[in-house]
Design a protein around this ligand. Structure first.
Ligand code: IMP
Ligand code: MG
Length: 179
């Protein structure tokens, strides 16, 4: 195993089953509707590409890029849109696709921001969830897997911009990796 990997937390076969379960649920819940799936870059790119190919609905795909600024130790954050989505979501059924919900602050602010654009509905689908670290009172409507308070890499998730290409979700092997 590479020296930056402590251990494999979720093997690719398990991830695949998780994605199928989420896709089936979304396909059922939005039957007869057209959806807009918005991937939050960069972490969601692999999850999104797996997920959309398993969803049997008409859809428009778009992307956003955001960065979060947290003021000191305060549990309030501001989300800045680095790249906005291209389409107008007014009156549309929107699903935000995230890699992981950690403190939940990014998601909370992103949701508030997108709700001002008057979508017909707005839900969140997150591959992973670290409920132990939550600061904002928020949960994704669709969650792949709950994970312990460890810093994970792979399947799109990075440490310092690296390791997104690992096919399994792994626990990072460096001291201080949990922030
Ligand atoms: P939060 O929910 O606002 O705290 O931030 C969530 C974002 O932090 C995610 O979209 C990831 O980019 C990043 N993040 C949180 N936990 C991890 C992790 O374990 N590995 C890699 N990125 C993480
Ligand atoms: Mg992210």
């Amino acid at each position: 195993m590479a020296q930056y990997v402590k251990s494999v937390l979720i093997p690719r076969e398990e991830i695949d089953k998780m994605v199928t379960r989420l896709a089936d649920q979304i396909t059922e819940d939005y039957k007869g509707k057209e959806i807009v799936m918005v991937g939050v870059l960069k972490g969601s790119f692999i999850f999104l590409s797996d997920l959309v190919r398993k969803i049997d609905l008409p859809m428009i795909l778009d992307f956003m890029s955001v960065s979060s600024y947290y003021g000191g130790t305060k549990s309030s954050g501001v989300v800045k849109i680095v790249k906005d989505m291209d389409i107008d979501i007014e009156g549309r059924h929107v699903i935000i696709v995230e890699d992981i919900v950690d403190s939940g602050l990014t998601l909370q602010h992103l949701k508030e921001m997108l709700l001002t654009r008057n979508p017909a509905s707005l839900r969140v689908c997150a591959a992973f969830d670290k409920p132990d670290r939550r600061k904002a009172d928020i949960a994704a409507e669709y969650t792949g897997m709950k994970i312990p308070d460890e810093f994970i890499i792979g399947y799109g998730l990075d440490y310092d911009g690296k390791h997104r290409n690992l096919p399994d979700v792994c626990i990072l092997a460096i001291e201080g990796g949990n922030e």
